[in-house]
Design a protein around this ligand. Sequence first.
Ligand SMILES: NC(=O)c1ccc[n+]([C@@H]2O[C@H](COP(=O)([O-])OP(=O)(O)OC[C@H]3O[C@@H](n4cnc5c(N)ncnc54)[C@H](OP(=O)(O)O)[C@@H]3O)[C@@H](O)[C@H]2O)c1
Length: 232
Amino acid sequence: MKTEKNKRVVITGTTRGLGRALVAEFIRQGHIVAGCGRTTKRIHELRAEFGGPHTFDVVDVADDPEVELWAKGVVQAGSAPDLLINNAALINRSAPLWEVPADEFSKVVDVNLKGVVNVLRHFLPPMIRRGTGVVVNFSSGWGRSTDAEVAPYCATKWAIEGLTQALAQELPAGLAAIPLNPGIIDTEMLRSCFGPSAASYPAPGSWARKAVPFLLRLGPSDNGRRLTAPGG
Ligand SMILES: NC(=O)c1ccc[n+]([C@@H]2O[C@H](COP(=O)([O-])OP(=O)(O)OC[C@H]3O[C@@H](n4cnc5c(N)ncnc54)[C@H](OP(=O)(O)O)[C@@H]3O)[C@@H](O)[C@H]2O)c1
């Protein structure tokens, strides 16, 4: 029987930024985290810092077979996630759309859109079998508005909004899918588009202290709601 203190939380993209801050705060509040990212050294650092029952694996969410193996391992070692957070994403180097090389555009779509679907494909069936769980897909202010030089990123985050709302219409009662704008937070991603002025936004740690209680309160009645996290 789960208490408010030992929810199983799966988070993609935990090697830095918002994902890394969420790991620390969920664990501090007594929850069990499974995280992933591509940077092996940082995954080893997470293992060394947090240890079991938390798990951290080198996984590229754009690689469907890798995600399948990861999901099987996480579910077998514990249970289906109570909370599944699709956080991992890339942003294109700031440039007008016609100057974005084809391979860079593809990478943004492969991670931000297809990567989210890979994670859903392998984690949702056990959540559906159990009949409970919340999926939070990170969108962005740029999933609801647009700006110059970030068209590939905007395209994927607008897609996440639509995809998540359609998914919400498919899920059985007891589950929820929520597109979430995390706000504006000083991370490497923000620095790549805002430059040094990113420093005037909250740090990931202070954002996570407000975002985690908010995330833990989400439930079936939030299914399909387009939400914005506090703290950013
Ligand atoms: N920061 C903001 O102000 C802001 C605003 C709106 C929305 N968001 C959204 O919030 C989320 C987190 O952003 P952030 O600012 O924390 O970005 P970040 O600092 O760039 O961190 C991104 C994380 O995603 C991981 N990642 C990237 N590609 C991956 C892949 N193929 N497979 C697995 N992990 C991958 C990265 O790890 P590896 O490189 O090790 O794989 C890293 O841990 C994103 O969805 C972003 O779009 C952020």
